[in-house]
Design a protein around this ligand. Structure first.
Ligand code: ADP
Length: 355
């Protein structure tokens, strides 16, 4: 019961024992991450759960982490691709590495595979996340509504969105209505995928699957602010011609969903976790995000899954309404990760959450 923060009355003995265990945890393990993406949240969350924290970052980014005092140590590296040079240091500090999209984007999957520092999460699931075909198989297995995929540009018979493999934050994505328009816009670009464009409201769902508590939690929702697509409605329709829209992510907004949609949200998350166990043992755990569009008939279409913490969780730096309801304290996704690690250590189950 010690580790259940929802409990609001502790005995004196609990409190004494609680601070002793926290002290032990604090002195033995360190939470580390790469200085980018959601590192402020991850590091702050680590400190809130009593851990020492380390950030590994490029020289020009270090001042941010010093300024916010979220890291007990700042380890400088010349570039993200040289992350491995910090590994011995991290091993000496008994670090547990918390991954995020930038770690994965700036290092190859192969390099992530070779990281020697204990890694929070199932890193093999990244193979399923990064390959569009595999990802689709996984989401189909989970029985989710997915936008149609056009294998051949000649099949295009309605509004579609063209995406690029490894594209960072929606940059360069474009819309087309026909194969002619597609050919005109694609130029010589390769490695694209063509999806039906679902007209609705984008909703990014933040989940957390706890191995230690055996439960799926809802952490919150966000929507994105993208340039220049979110600027187009500020221009009168008659003057929009000739402006090509794209989807470069600039920031995120918090969102509170219609309460009647929550049962479906939980069902989808649960099915994704179950299907992940079939495709990649022991499956997905920790934070993940379903990227959806909700249509006027209130159907969720899932166009992507992120198999780790998403930057949209940063909008809840003081905790989301849902995490507050569940935990009774301002609980960010970063802190939820640290809480999971702390409970795993306290219960001697750390191996179950490293991968
Ligand atoms: P990234 O690969 O950077 O995560 P996304 O796949 O999230 O990019 O897509 C970027 C933008 O395109 C988002 O605003 C999203 O809402 C929109 N989008 C992506 N796929 C679809 C789709 N099938 N239908 C409608 N909008 C989509």
């Amino acid at each position: 019961m010690l580790s259940d923060p929802r409990r609001n009355s502790f005995s004196k003995q609990d409190l004494k024992l609680g601070s002793f265990v926290k002290l032990l945890v604090k002195s033995k393990y360190t939470i580390a991450t790469l200085g980018s993406h959601s590192a402020l949240q991850i590091l702050r969350g680590g400190k809130d759960e009593g851990f020492r924290t380390i950030v590994v970052c490029k020289k020009e980014h270090c001042s941010v982490y010093r300024h916010f005092r979220v890291a007990d140590r700042v380890v400088e590296i010349p570039s993200y691709s040289e992350f491995h040079t910090a590994e011995d240091e991290l091993l000496r500090e008994n670090a547990i590495l918390v991954p995020h999209a930038s770690l994965i984007a700036y290092m190859s999957l192969d390099a992530v595979e070779k990281i020697r520092v204990p890694y929070y999460g199932n890193r093999r699931i990244l193979l399923w996340e990064s390959d569009r075909d595999r990802q689709r198989k996984w989401l189909e297995k989970a029985g989710l509504n997915l936008p149609r995929v056009y294998e051949d540009p000649d099949e295009i018979d309605g509004l579609c969105i063209v995406k690029f493999q490894g594209a960072k934050g929606g940059q360069g994505y474009f819309l087309a209505r026909s194969s002619e328009e597609f050919r005109q816009k694609i130029g010589g670009l390769k490695d694209y995928s063509i999806q039906e464009y679902v007209v609705g409201i984008p909703v990014y769902i933040h989940y957390f699957y706890s191995v230690i508590r055996g439960e799926l939690e809802l952490m919150g929702f966000d929507r994105r602010y993208e340039s220049n697509v979110d600027a187009i409605s500020r221009i009168p329709a008659g003057l929009q011609e000739g402006i090509d829209v794209t989807y470069t992510i600039v920031g995120n907004f918090p969102l509170f969903l219609r309460e009647s949609l929550l049962p479906e949200v939980f069902k989808m998350g649960q099915r994704v976790v179950e299907a992940s166990r079939e495709v990649c043992e022991p499956g997905i755990f920790g934070p993940f995000c379903l990227e959806t569009v909700v249509t006027p008939d209130l159907k969720f279409y899932v166009f992507e899954i992120s198999a780790r913490i998403v930057a949209g969780t940063n909008v809840f730096m003081e905790g989301s309404p849902y995490a507050y309801l569940k935990h009774g304290i301002p609980m960010t996704t970063g802190r939820r990760i640290a809480l999971e690690i702390r409970e795993a250590i306290e219960q001697g189950r750390l191996e179950e959450i490293l991968g």
